[in-house]
Design a protein around this ligand. Sequence first.
Ligand code: NAG
Ligand code: NAG
Ligand code: NAG
Ligand code: NAG
Ligand code: NAG
Ligand code: NAG
Ligand code: NAG
Ligand code: NAG
Ligand code: NAG
Ligand code: NAG
Ligand code: NAG
Length: 352
Amino acid sequence: MSDVDKTAVTQAETASGKPRKRGCVGHCTRFWWAYLIVIVVVVVVVVPVVLLVGVPKIAQQKLDDAELTLDGLVAVDTQTQNLTMSINSTIKTDGSVHADIDAFPGAMYLEDYEPHTPFATLNFPTTTADAHQTVNVTQFLPIENVEALTRYNTWLLSNETLRVTVEGDTHVHVRGIPRAYPVTFKKTLTMNGLRGLEGTVVRPTWVALQNDTMGNNFRANVSIPNASLVAFELGNVTFYNYLLGKEVGTVYIDNLTLRPGMNEYTMRATINNADVIEALGQKPYCENGGVIPFQIRGKSVVNHGQPLPYFADALSAHNQTVDIPIGAAIKTHLNVTIPCGGLGHKRALELF
Ligand SMILES: *[C@@H]1O[C@H](CO)[C@@H](O)[C@H](O)[C@H]1NC(C)=O
Ligand SMILES: *[C@@H]1O[C@H](CO)[C@@H](O)[C@H](O)[C@H]1NC(C)=O
Ligand SMILES: *[C@@H]1O[C@H](CO)[C@@H](O)[C@H](O)[C@H]1NC(C)=O
Ligand SMILES: *[C@@H]1O[C@H](CO)[C@@H](O)[C@H](O)[C@H]1NC(C)=O
Ligand SMILES: *[C@@H]1O[C@H](CO)[C@@H](O)[C@H](O)[C@H]1NC(C)=O
Ligand SMILES: *[C@@H]1O[C@H](CO)[C@@H](O)[C@H](O)[C@H]1NC(C)=O
Ligand SMILES: *[C@@H]1O[C@H](CO)[C@@H](O)[C@H](O)[C@H]1NC(C)=O
Ligand SMILES: *[C@@H]1O[C@H](CO)[C@@H](O)[C@H](O)[C@H]1NC(C)=O
Ligand SMILES: *[C@@H]1O[C@H](CO)[C@@H](O)[C@H](O)[C@H]1NC(C)=O
Ligand SMILES: *[C@@H]1O[C@H](CO)[C@@H](O)[C@H](O)[C@H]1NC(C)=O
Ligand SMILES: CC(=O)N[C@H]1CO[C@H](CO)[C@@H](O)[C@@H]1O
């Protein structure tokens, strides 16, 4: 207490005519109202300000500082109107706040496409603010916006990276405080895309002049790299096949599920032989051993009878160039080498 206060207190006591023992007993009793005001101010103003503004602010701040990492994303049982999506993720915080975060629906959308439109909404479970925790969700997902899902798949297939935001409103329970505070969970992830399936390798295993019983005249082993952490069940996929800017046939890959890493499949195709033989007679293909750049582009995706436009349209947005050593395959399987300038009319007639 300052001297001024002491003087004031003393004078007040003297003025009352009933001087009392110094210290809190007398002082506090007499000035109970002043203490009450202080207590009331603390209880009515300060505590609520801390609880209503301070704690939620800290809770939101801590949530904003938390880091969300994607460990895996899987789409299976893909049907026209729904699919099952799983996500494995990790949330890292500094662990300084002991709190529980309520379960919440997290809308997922492309950060770099406006307007932000969710392509999926996943129900994130209750989590704690522990320093490190895994959050795995598996959920049946009705497709609410096929256009948004198609755009996400298109970006996923063609881009090197893409940013996906998970956003949802929820409540946080700070341990020791009965109130629940509203917070917004909003995290943007940068995930690897599939880069247009760049690096796909096709190794012919069979070529023929006549179609087989399935209507195909070409078979190959295909290795499709998946540079991403995502896996998805496509089913039976067909591709348009172009050669030197002209459509020359259809490629089929059956029962396709793309997973992280190298995907080994067999493919079959029906290709117009005359167009291939004509190309093989041209430079540089007649000089490089018959390695021809084909373009393939998605045509249809059908899984157990269900057309999947959200994959088909994504695959059709992009031409993928694949160099196929078809000259060597023709040599092996048909015993024909096509010279520069072509086979000549007579030989071609013999062949067909
Ligand atoms: C999540 O992790 C489990 C266990 O490692 C694994 O079996 C599952 O395939 C993963 N799912 C995803 C979506 O990555
Ligand atoms: C999922 O969608 C398919 C059509 O694509 C429909 O036949 C099926 O009933 C749906 N499943 C559920 C559980 O709604
Ligand atoms: C969650 O997924 C991770 C892999 O990303 C796995 O190690 C962990 O075991 C999974 N946890 C549960 C509860 O499935
Ligand atoms: C992703 O690819 C699409 C085209 O497929 C393009 O329009 C978009 O700008 C790309 N986004 C990013 C972030 O690279
Ligand atoms: C093989 O099938 C394709 C497509 O059905 C057809 O256009 C082509 O004429 C057939 N080729 C032969 C040699 O029968
Ligand atoms: C194609 O794959 C089969 C089975 O994996 C293998 O036996 C064969 O050698 C492969 N052929 C080529 C040309 O890669
Ligand atoms: C793919 O290539 C073919 C032939 O060169 C062309 O006709 C088609 O327009 C291209 N499509 C896309 C999406 O680039
Ligand atoms: C695709 O799966 C079906 C069963 O669902 C099977 O009958 C068929 O042989 C498979 N095709 C290939 C090419 O693996
Ligand atoms: C792919 O087509 C084959 C033959 O038509 C069929 O037996 C198989 O079940 C189909 N696979 C899928 C995943 O739809
Ligand atoms: C391949 O064709 C050449 C002539 O073009 C012939 O001499 C040779 O015997 C044939 N080889 C086989 C295995 O048919
Ligand atoms: C070609 C390519 O980038 N392949 C990658 C596929 O994904 C795995 C990891 O999931 C990577 O190790 C490969 O390098």
